[in-house]
Each structure stands twice: as structure tokens, then as C-alpha cells.
Design a binder for this molecule. Structure first.
Ligand code: SF4
Length: 694
């Protein structure tokens, strides 16, 4: 056992806070402050502080489980891996390679995400791979790629935020999702800058804003268009910038001019004076930023919604300049890296496109396979889940719990039940793992090394701090063993650094070029920002903290305006379902709760779901604080206690989505997909409320 502290990073969100881990008796570690890491300077939220509790959780899996006569029972690793190999081989033989699906996660390290993508395409030969990051930020990724030619969550470090003049934070409740990041916004205000928060709820983050705009859920596309309209009408367009660094302004301008302020007020509920004030605050300083998160992105028009906010930045010259820009606040721990290296349905490592012949040739050469043997793009995450038990007969699932986190979760759970064969790699028996034929217990963050890429595009090294318990293996070991059993004896190393060395070569020359990054550098530096190509002298490239300062990543170096117009959400309220539901997170739980629901301290702080509703709505329902309330959508019914507050619009209710059971919020949500990003519409659907007699 090492006794010295190991500097590493939190297992949870995309901030990837730095922390030190010191082994303590009982197979776990103690967390201590790591003040030298610039993102959090020692600060941690409760999730990060208590993360070691999951290492020694009494419900942690330390033996493989196989289904026998309907029940999951312990098995040896050889028995379990043989069963998996046989199940995958049989499915392929009977139904073809695309009958085997693979579903990954935004929490997997770069090495795991890379290996999972390679495993799917080289060992299984399937096109059917995607990951839960599709639910997280894919609309921002699509919009950023359209506008700038490149998607990296933030094109600048967080430390730039305090030095800009104004930030519009759209659909992000950082006070609950990433509390240490609030420091940057507090410093912004101390420096005289202003914070505008766009959120249907008066969240803890919105309470700190200089201006809070509370649009009706699903109308922030119209809101952004209304702001752009006013920018034009008030003569605030940066004409020189638009002429010199962009294309497509005339069409975007025409679309914005069709969204006059009074019309936008009717759509959004945000008053014209508030719109004017937002434009003033955003345009008066020399620099400003727009940051979006799940609010605008998790919509069936998420790509257009983010595009509208990018258009606002471009028209005002707030992109590709120091201390100005558009950024997406990626959510999951490796949501950024997870979308760069091949576990997404349409991607190869280095953010290469699977349908690009040159990209296929490059990656196939690194993998030592024929480019023609690589399958083409597959289905997006929800479409893949929806196909389970249909033409997808078997699934390998790693680092995800869709039975809680997917939209329309009741339907998704039925699809899992319809599979012929399900394999889940996890640390606990999650709600999804409970349906598996084989469950493989895997190592956790403190027990293995690997890299992640945080929301700034900063590649980081998570270091192993303790020895894993007997009975668990790493995901890399699982894929190595399965590849071997399925006839691919080489190319699936178990050492993360060896995988990273291959990833460097596979990413070389791609958009997300990691070829100049090494474990040695990551051990010595505060992370390295991609793109970081390998220069002629070796690995001396400094990395790229700030993107687009000279040119955008488009063929002509100019950013693209994309003309967009307001449209309704997929499911507007009506007489039968008259209220809007929006969903989100609370500070003490993380995503589907598979990890955080095992931590006593976090459960004490956030023990279960609730329905947040306005007093007027509660009065109409006859519900008092704490009364059980049923929320019913076209997809199902969830019941949770009422939490009555004026912090939410009277036409909207909010539920956090961390819990299974009768309070599972995703039973209700709408899987309507954005046509470009294939992101489901988690953020707005029509529901009705019913009082529940207790
Ligand atoms: Fe971990 Fe995110 Fe909390 Fe930081 S903010 S401690 S990365 S969960």
C-alpha cells in the first residue's frame, strides 16, 4: 500500500476537480485538498469529497454474476467471460454482426472509450455502438461543428471567465452541478462583470445573477433570436468582425428579424424590457461570453437552439477573440474525451468521421486491419436502445445505467428485457445490470490509471492510488479477455499507458489530435489542451488552451452563421396534459445515481425524488408541501413528494432524474430526437398532475 498522497481527479463531473488520495485501511482512500490544480484550487463538492465511500461500499460487486434459472449467481471470471464470448458469438452467427450492440458511457476514460470503439468495430464487426454522452452534449457538439468546424466544450480555459465583461449562462445550474466552478463567476462579478442566467427556474445559480431570464421551457431558441433581433435593431452588430471572420450573416439576420421582441415575449414569457437589458449588458463590455448546458441542448431542436446562441456571439464579435466566445459546459466526467475517440456511432479516434475514406484508412492502419472491414456509422443512443430486442439481439454495456437515465425509461426497460443476451460491466448491480445475463465487476477510478478530458478540452491523468479488491478487473482487461476469446489475440492491451500510446497515433492529424501528449507530460503539467500535435522535435507542442484566435477550423477559416427559426417543442401542453415538465440534477446526486446513491452522506442530503411546483399549481391540485403528487405523461406515471416554491414558473414542474422506482423522472420524458444531433428532448414534455391519496 502506498502511503504518500497520489494527485488525481474526481470520478464524477466534467470539471474533473483535482484531489489527493491517500490509502487508508479498509481498501479505500482519504481525499485531501489539491490546491495546485487551477480548475478547483482544492475546492470539492460533496460528491467528490465522499467518492471514496463507493470504493468500499457494501453493495460493491467483487465477483462476476451469471444468470442461472432466472437468478444472478456468483461465477468465476473464466465462467463469466466464456459465457459472454459464447453469447456474443452465437448472436453474430445467428443474426449477423449488427445484431450485437455496444453502449458506452461519458464517464469512461479515453483509453476505455477508445478501446470500446475498436472492440466494437474490429472484434465484433458491428456498427451498432453509441454512448450516453449522446444524451449530454451532442447538440452543442453539432452546433459547434457547424459554426466553427470543431467541437471542444470550452474553447478557452475557465480562468478566462473572470476577465470577460458579461457571461450569459443558458440552462445551467452550476451551483448544483459543479459548485467549485462558481468561483469563476463570483470573480467575474467582483471584477465588475455581469452574469445573466437563462433558466425557467430561479435556481441557486440564477439567484446569483445580475439578470435572470426565466423563459418557458423549450423557448430559448426564440429568446436568442429575440436578443439578436435587438442587437440588429439597436445597431450593435460588429460589422467589421462579421465581414472579416464569418459567412452567412444575411440569412441569419433575416431569420432573426422575423423574431421581433413582442413576439418573443409572447413565446418565451420574458418581457421586452428584460430582453433589452440583456442586450445592453451583453453588448456594452468589450468582451462577453455565452455558455450553454443541458437546458438548450436537450431539446428536439437543441442544435438549432445552440446555433442561435452562437449566432448572437458571432454577430457581436464575441467568438475567436481573447476573453470572448461561445462554450458548452459538458456534464459527464469524460463527456468531452468520450466523444472524441470512437465510442460514438459515427466517429473514429481523433474526432474523425467514420464515413470519411481517409479517416478510415488512417485508423485502419493503426489498428492493422483492412479499411473495408470497418463497419459504417450506426444508430444514435436512443435509437440503439429502442432497437434492443428487435434487430439488436445482444448488448455489451459499459459505464451506463439507461434504465434510469434514458428518456421514456419504462419503454427502454422493456427493450432491455426483450434482449436475448445482455452483458453489463459495472461496480454495483445497477438497475440496468439487474436485467443482465452476465455482470462483470470492474475497477473504479482510484484503482486504475487513465486519462480524461475535462470541459475545457484539458487532457488529464487520473492515477491509480490503491490496489483494487480481489475479484474485480478493469474494463481494459475485460475487453482484452473477450477479444482473445473471440479470436483477436493482439491489439487489446490492458495497460492504460500502452492504450494511450496507440490512441496518440490514431488521433494524429485528426481534429482532436493528442499525438503530442504523453503520460509523462500529464504527470508533470496541469493537463494539456488539445489539439496537441507531435512536432518534429518530439512532444514539444504546448497544447492549445485557446482556440480560434486567428481562424476558425473551417476550410476558409471563417465561422458559419446558421439561419435558424423558432419552432415548438415536440409535445406542447394541451387540455389533457396541460403542464410542462423539465428535469435536471441536485447537488448531492450524480446522473442515474448508480454511484452516489451508495453514499450515506449524499443520501441523507438528497434521499429521493420530488416534484417542484409553484404554489398556484399546488393550490389547484390541493397539494401541500410533502404530499405525494403523480406526474403523468403519455409515456407513464411517476409519483414523488411535492416541493412547493415560487422559484418555478406556474406552468412548469421540475423533477430530478437520479432515482429509479415510482419517482423515476425519465419514465415521463419524451424521446423525441433532434434531427441533427439525435439528442432526446429531456427538457420539456407535456404532463398532467394528479393528487395521490395517501
Ligand atoms: Fe467532482 Fe464535479 Fe464535484 Fe468537482 S464539481 S468534486 S469534479 S463532482
Amino acid at each position: 500500500m502506498q502511503n504518500t498522497a497520489t494527485p488525481t481527479h474526481c470520478p464524477y463531473c466534467a470539471l474533473q476537480c483535482g484531489m489527493n488520495l491517500t490509502p487508508v485501511p479498509g481498501g479505500t482512500v482519504e481525499v485531501s485538498e489539491r490546491a495546485d490544480f487551477p480548475v478547483n484550487r482544492g475546492a470539492l463538492c460533496g460528491k467528490g469529497r465522499t467518492a471514496p465511500a463507493v470504493l468500499s461500499s457494501r453493495v460493491r460487486l467483487t465477483s462476476p454474476l451469471v444468470r442461472s434459472e432466472g437468478t444472478l449467481v456468483p461465477a468465476t471470471w473464466d465462467e463469466a467471460l466464456d459465457r459472454v464470448a459464447e453469447g456474443l458469438r452465437r448472436t453474430r452467427a445467428e443474426h449477423g454482426p449488427d445484431a450485437v450492440g455496444v453502449f458506452g458511457g461519458g464517464g469512461l476514460t479515453n483509453e476505455k472509450a477508445y478501446t470500446l470503439g475498436k472492440f466494437a468495430r474490429v472484434v465484433l464487426g458491428t456498427s451498432q455502438i453509441d454512448y450516453n454522452g449522446r444524451f449530454c452534449m451532442s447538440s452543442a457538439a453539432a452546433a459547434g461543428t457547424k459554426a466553427f468546424g470543431l467541437d471542444r466544450g470550452l474553447p478557452f480555459p475557465l480562468e478566462d471567465i473572470p476577465r470577460t465583461g458579461c457571461v450569459i449562462l443558458v440552462g445551467s445550474n452550476l451551483a448544483e452541478t459543479m459548485p467549485p466552478s462558481l468561483r469563476f463567476f463570483n470573480e467575474l462579478k467582483e471584477n465588475g462583470g455581469t452574469l445573466i442566467v437563462v433558466d425557467p427556474r430561479r435556481t441557486k445559480t440564477a439567484e446569483q445573477a445580475d439578470l435572470h431570464l426565466a423563459p418557458r421551457p423549450g423557448t430559448d431558441l426564440a429568446l436568442a433570436l429575440g436578443l439578436l433581433h435587438l442587437v440588429v435593431a439597436e445597431g450593435r452588430v460588429d460589422e467589421e468582425y462579421v465581414a472579416g471572420r464569418t459567412v452567412g450573416w444575411e440569412d441569419a439576420r433575416a431569420a432573426a428579424m422575423a423574431h421581433w421582441p413582442e413576439y418573443v415575449e409572447r413565446i418565451t414569457g420574458v418581457s421586452v424590457p428584460q430582453l433589452r437589458e440583456a442586450v445592453r449588458l451583453f453588448c456594452e463590455p468589450e468582451n462577453a461570453m455565452v455558455l450553454t448546458a443541458r437546458g438548450p441542448e436537450q431539446q428536439s431542436k437543441g442544435t438549432d437552439t445552440v446555433g442561435a446562441w452562437i449566432n448572437l456571439c458571432l454577430a457581436t464579435g464575441r467568438a475567436g477573440r481573447p476573453l470572448s466566445g461561445y462554450g458548452c459546459l459538458t456534464g459527464q466526467g469524460n463527456g468531452q474525451g468520450g466523444r472524441e475517440h470512437g465510442q460514438k456511432a459515427d466517429q473514429l479516434p481523433g474526432y474523425r468521421k467514420l464515413d470519411d475514406p481517409a479517416a478510415r484508412r488512417h485508423v485502419a492502419e493503426v489498428w492493422g486491419v483492412d479499411p473495408d472491414s470497418l463497419p459504417g456509422p450506426g444508430r444514435s443512443a436512443y435509437e440503439l436502445l429502442d432497437a434492443l430486442g428487435g434487430d439488436v439481439r445482444a448488448l455489451l454495456l459499459m459505464g451506463s445505467n439507461p434504465v434510469v437515465s434514458a428518456p421514456g425509461a419504462g419503454h427502454v426497460e422493456e427493450r432491455f428485457k426483450a434482449l436475448d443476451f445482455l452483458v453489463v460491466c459495472d461496480i454495483v448491480l445497477s438497475e440496468t445490470a439487474g436485467h443482465a445475463d452476465v455482470v462483470l465487476p470492474v475497477t473504479q477510478w482510484a484503482e486504475e490509471s487513465g486519462t480524461t478530458t475535462n470541459l475545457e478540452g484539458r487532457v488529464l491523468l487520473r492515477r491509480r492510488a490503491i490496489t483494487p479488491p480481489d475479484g474485480v478487473r478493469s474494463d481494459l482487461e475485460v475487453m482484452h479477455e473477450l477479444a482473445d476469446r473471440l479470436g483477436v489475440e493482439k491489439g487489446f492491451p490492458t495497460d492504460p499507458e500502452e492504450v494511450f500510446e496507440e490512441l496518440r497515433r490514431a488521433s494524429a492529424g485528426g481534429i482532436a489530435d493528442y499525438s503530442g501528449i504523453t503520460y509523462r507530460r500529464l504527470a508533470e503539467e496541469d493537463g494539456v489542451f488539445w489539439p496537441c500535435p507531435q512536432d518534429a522535435a518530439g512532444d514539444g507542442h504546448p497544447g492549445t488552451p485557446r482556440l480560434f484566435l486567428d481562424r476558425f477550423a473551417t476550410p476558409d477559416g471563417r465561422a458559419r452563421f446558421v439561419p435558424v427559426s423558432h419552432r415548438a417543442i415536440a409535445e406542447e401542453p394541451d387540455a389533457e396534459y396541460p403542464v410542462l415538465l423539465t428535469t435536471g440534477r441536485v447537488v448531492a446526486q450524480y446522473q442515474s445515481g448508480a454511484q452516489t446513491r451508495r453514499v450515506d452522506e449524499l443520501n441523507a442530503a438528497a434521499p429521493g425524488p420530488f416534484v417542484e411546483l409553484h404554489p398556484r399549481l399546488a393550490a389547484r391540485l390541493g397539494a401541500a408541501e410533502g404530499d405525494p403528487v403523480a406526474v403523468v405523461s403519455r409515456r407513464g406515471r411517476a409519483v414523488a413528494p411535492a416541493r412547493i416554491t415560487t422559484a418555478i414558473r406556474p406552468d412548469t414542474v421540475f423533477m430530478p432524474f437520479h432515482w429509479p422506482g415510482e419517482g423515476r423522472a425519465n419514465t415521463l420524458t419524451n424521446p423525441a430526437l433532434d434531427p441533427t444531433s439525435r439528442m432526446p428532448e429531456f427538457k420539456a414534455c407535456a404532463v398532467r398532475l394528479e393528487a395521490v391519496k395517501s
